[in-house]
Design a protein around this ligand. Structure first.
Ligand code: DQA
Length: 147
């Protein structure tokens, strides 16, 4: 069983810390990566951490890890609400998938209330801020111990 957790970030998350900080906070994606790496190391796991604004790139990363990963943490950004292609890629995965949103999408505009990705997700997190990524990593470590 692989020791690597794939952490994927979709469009506009490269601007984390700069973009709408009243919603997403002041910490950057590099801060998220550092926190996840440090936690993963303490749990005896590794992290592959990526961000792209391109749907096809996210799908290619999902394909690369769909069997050989401890699990996938994905914040698909706005693709959450639009992308059947990302849903199909996640449905082809044989590892646990945690969908992770920094904000509480259910408290926001109606169009953010529906997620295609949730149809493939093992678990869904929303509104934990960037701490949600660490909780997701912990959950995958927990599931890995149970597998
Ligand atoms: C988000 C919520 C999405 O609705 C939005 O499009 C994002 C970020 C979140 O992390 O809260 O880009 O996924």
């Amino acid at each position: 069983m692989s020791d690597t957790i794939l952490i994927l970030n979709g469009p506009n998350l490269n601007l984390l810390g700069l973009r709408e900080p009243h919603i997403y906070g002041h910490e950057t994606l590099a801060d998220v990566e550092a926190r996840c790496r440090s936690l993963a190391t303490s749990l005896g796991l590794e992290i592959a951490f990526h961000q792209s604004n391109a749907e096809h790139q996210l799908i290619d990363w999902i394909h690369a890890y769909r069997i050989d990963a401890a699990g996938i943490v994905i914040n698909p950004g706005a693709f959450t609400h639009t992308s059947i292609a990302i849903l199909d890629a996640l449905n082809a995965c044989e590892v646990p998938i945690v969908e992770c949103h920094i904000s509480n999408v259910h408290r926001r505009e109606d169009f953010r209330h529906h997620s295609y990705v949730s149809l493939a997700a093992t678990a869904v997190m929303a509104g934990f801020g960037i701490h949600g990524y660490e909780l997701a990593v912990r959950h995958i470590a927990y599931l890995r111990g149970a597998r």
